[in-house]
Design a protein around this ligand. Sequence first.
Ligand code: GSY
Length: 162
Amino acid sequence: MAKVYLGLGSNLGDKIGYIEKAIALLENSDGIRNLRASSLYKTEPIGNVDQDWFVNAVVEIETDLNPMQLLECCQGIETKLGRKRIEKWGPRTLDIDVLLYGNAEIKSAEIEIPHPRMVERAFVLRPLAELNPCIEISGTPIQVLLSSTDNQQVEKIPSRLN
Ligand code: GSY
């Protein structure tokens, strides 16, 4: 079983609802076990800044799916929740990225792991550090990476259960 981290994001429609539904679908997917989800975060858009704020989260899972099977599972959930791939960096109902797959390093046309831009994105690092504050990404402690992203606005959304 590999320990894997997935990044989830939405900035269209019922953003919180899409993230919560995606987490429930992942939890009930064949080959995925022991899911732990971070809090949800309201985050400023990075890249194409001319779009609405995002809701982001990270989940930790254990899986016996291989990276391509896992990617297909994530894309199936994106499609099920209405994702249409209109604009590469544009608004989206739901995005699920495979961030880390154990210690694997993979670079192919379909998938790159660790996710190539995760180390510079507070919207990934903050929720990931909540789940695993001592994790290292390609040998760099997450706290070191986080300290270079202080300028990016990321705000924890209070849980409705609290
Ligand atoms: O795959 C990442 C999609 N994305 C995001 C995102 O999820 N959150 C924020 N805050 N900015 C983003 N820019 C892109 S592209």
